[in-house]
Design a protein around this ligand. Structure first.
Ligand code: GCW
Length: 717
């Protein structure tokens, strides 16, 4: 009753052209609101009953989702039926569970366990719509695809779609601690309520699983890579198992981070040496124990010998020794080890950008077959813009996974709008040239370039207990885009943005076009007002909030900003060419020839690879100094434009979400100016050149910007 009253009210509001009821963002892109009446009529004609075959928890989830989705989109309840005896049946299942599907003899063989077909079919004179797969999870993915077609107002006549994921392991990495603090999390506390687990299962866990399944994410690493051995104790394994029980129906496996020193901390051993038989035995037993709690446990994610984490090098052993020990323990159970390449040792390197390559390339081919090496998109650390990580062109014998950061540690936290799919796409489309032109990072990752048997992608989650999950409405798009790209790294960021915006807000073209434009330019705006022209790592020390180009001193040089920008009276930038650290030599020759030549390198990477005089002429005709001021100012300008665009979009959505985004734009504009002014004031002390005419002077003195402190910035550990 309640729900039909609500639907009616909703329809009245829609037909009046009034913005929808207030929304808080909880429903993400699964809002299932009514489509326009004409389409609704068409959809109703095509779908008159739902026939879900099978009673597994996954098929129950399919039935629930379809019922919920169709009721919302079509504005009416579509009856469930046991057989497809009438035209207009929507039939979902596998050849094993559904006679109707078996009888159609569909080409399912190449779709694997996660792929699916969406087909319009004729059977004995009846027209059916079919969602068919080899497994229940495939049928679930097909169901979400079908609902997406409806949500984005596509025709469902003459359907003939087949899809399967291009990578196997598509995981979220939660940097969530057991005390619920989320490292680099800007959306509140961790979703995992460890204290109440395993007994209380927050309904949110199911909605989390639904959201992930809807975009093809099939794994979740529950715990922080800066790991705590307590998560491997029986008490916590029971809690993780409870989560795994919720996620299983949605095709999502649970993974845990393995603290390398756990045998000492919770096992009572004296050592964690990976070649010590007692240590190996401990991990084997511990792993067997985990599988008793979680029979489909996915495996371990490990950060070792990086930023103070323990690891095999503590015992003079290699990353391969460490990874292989854990791989051996999970192998009998079909598990994997994701071993992170984000390493840098305690000795200061001549160039931190070179370290992962130096430490991993010698071990190419030495890892067990169930190890994937997880590599960040760039060699430093999730900067607004980085050239692709050289490791992607250098490990033909080792499956490499991508690690993207969805949470915006370096891109304005949750308040700045930065749609990250263009950043992801730039990394995926980058050409490593390792097997000649066209050897893109995407082809390395999907296994097609080197024939990797295992493939995967990881995204550092931006999710917490905030009502809208991500801390901002637009940050939901980054979670969404990550999932879609993990499924298919060849997808275009613009299409993903459009898909997401239609489902999250409205199908009204007057809203969609400007919103997609705004999203597409948003990340470039952040690059401009934070780190233009290849600058990097200029953020405030530790918490990374706001500008800190002056950061120097402290425990090690490569944790400072001055290490990265190297500004002097003569010029600015990190010389990574042959005359400098020669990091360019880690790329294939054709790439090195471009990055290593300051006249050929794309200007967006200029100061990443070269130290350049202030007066150097840029392609615009401006000097480097003037170009820098120009770029910083352009960034601020873009944010003002986005804010204005958003103001005009008020009529198209609910007031609640509009208002939050609008006020976040005010924050972003204020902080973009802060970035511009602080950086220009600071770099001017080196360039000693005036700010060119027509550009604003910094609002405050450099001393003022330097004096700002943020001891309670979120996400810091
Ligand atoms: O991005 C940096 C972060 C650390 C993080 C580390 C890593 C989990 O500042 O907070 O630690 O990278 O990726 O291991």
């Amino acid at each position: 009753m309640m729900s039909s009253v609500r639907t009616l009210l909703f329809l009245i509001l829609i037909s009046l052209g009034t913005p929808a009821l207030s929304e808080d963002g909880y429903d993400l892109w699964l809002r299932y609101t009514p489509v326009n009446p004409q389409l609704q009529a068409q959809y109703r004609d095509s779908i008159s009953s739902i026939v879900v075959s099978g009673n597994s928890p996954t098929m129950l989830a399919v039935r629930d989702e379809l019922t919920r989705g169709l009721e919302g989109i079509l504005g009416t309840t579509v009856p469930a039926s046991l057989t497809a005896e009438k035209s207009g049946a929507l039939v979902i299942g596998t050849p094993d569970s559904s006679e109707a599907i078996a009888a159609l003899g569909l080409p399912l063989t190449n779709l694997g366990t996660e792929g699916y077909l969406l087909r319009t079919a004729n059977q004995n004179g009846r027209e059916l719509t079919v969602i068919a797969a080899n497994s229940d999870v495939g049928a679930l993915y097909g169901t979400y695809h079908f609902l997406r077609l409806l949500q984005t107002q596509h025709s469902i006549q003459d359907l003939d779609i087949s899809a399967k994921p291009k990578t196997q392991t598509r995981v979220l990495n939660h940097w969530d601690n057991l005390d619920r603090n989320v490292e680099r999390g800007y959306a509140g506390q961790s979703l995992w309520d460890w204290h109440k687990l395993p007994d209380y299962l927050d309904p949110r866990y199911t909605d989390y699983a639904r959201a992930n399944a809807s975009i093809g994410i099939n794994g979740t690493v529950l715990t922080n890579v800066n790991a705590n051995a307590t998560s491997l104790t029986p008490m916590y394994l029971e809690k993780s198992a409870a989560l795994a029980n919720v996620f299983r129906a949605y095709g999502i496996r649970v993974y845990l981070t393995a603290r390398f020193s756990a045998p000492i901390e919770i096992g009572g051993l004296k050592s964690a040496d990976p070649l010590d038989p007692a240590v190996r035995e401990w991990w084997k037993k511990k792993t067997d124990e985990i599988y008793r709690y979680i029979p489909d446990f996915g495996g371990y994610l490990v950060k070792a010998n990086s930023e103070g984490q323990p690891g095999p090098q503590d015992y003079g052993r290699s990353h391969a020794d460490g990874a292989n020990m854990l791989a051996e323990a999970v192998a009998p159970h079909g598990g994997i080890v994701m071993w992170r390449a984000f390493v840098y040792s305690n000795e200061e390197p001549d160039d931190r950008a070179k370290q992962a390559y130096n430490e991993f390339v010698p071990y190419d081919g030495k890892f067990r077959e169930n190890v994937l090496v997880q590599v960040k998109n760039g060699a430093i650390d999730f900067q607004p813009r980085e050239p692709f990580h050289p490791l992607f062109g250098a490990m033909p014998k080792t499956p490499l996974m991508m690690e993207f950061q969805i949470t915006k540690e370096y891109l304005g936290f949750a308040t700045h709008l930065a749609y990250l799919a263009p950043l992801f796409e730039e990394a995926l489309d980058a050409d490593t040239f390792v097997k000649g032109k066209g050897s893109t990072v995407a082809k390395v990752l999907d296994g097609s370039l080197h024939g990797y048997a295992r493939t995967g992608m990881a995204g550092v989650a931006n999710i917490g207990v905030d009502r809208n999950w991500s801390g901002s409405h637009f940050d939901q798009a980054n979670w969404y885009a990550y999932g879609r790209l993990a499924w298919d790294p060849m997808l275009a960021s613009r299409e993903i943005a459009e898909e997401w915006a239609r489902m999250t807000f409205t199908n009204d073209e007057a809203f969609i076009n400007p919103t997609v434009e705004m999203m597409m330019k948003s990340r470039e705006a952040v690059v401009d007002y934070m780190t233009p022209l290849g600058l990097h790592h200029l953020m405030g020390r530790g918490h990374h909030y706001g500008p800190g180009p002056w950061v120097e001193g402290g425990p090690r040089a490569d944790w400072t900003s001055v290490y990265y920008h190297r500004a002097t009276k003569e010029g600015i930038g990190f010389d990574r060419s042959a005359s400098g650290s020669n990091a360019v030599a880690q790329y294939a020759k054709p790439v090195a020839a471009i990055f290593g030549d300051r006249n050929k390198v794309p200007e967006q990477f200029l100061l990443w690879f070269h130290h350049v005089p202030w007066d150097r002429k840029m392609s615009s005709g401006r000097t480097l100094w003037n170009e820098l001021v120009h770029a910083y100012s352009r960034g601020v300008q873009s944010v003002s434009e986005m804010r204005q665009t958003w103001d005009h979009l008020k009529p198209y959505l609910d007031a609640e979400r509009h208002a939050q985004v609008a006020s976040f734009f005010e924050i972003q504009e204020k902080e973009a100016k802060w970035w511009r002014d602080a950086c220009i004031a600071y770099f001017q002390t080196f360039s000693e050149r005036p700010i060119p005419e027509g550009y604003a002077q910094p609002e405050h003195s450099l001393e003022y910007y330097k004096s700002l402190e943020f001891p309670y910035a979120p996400g810091h550990h």
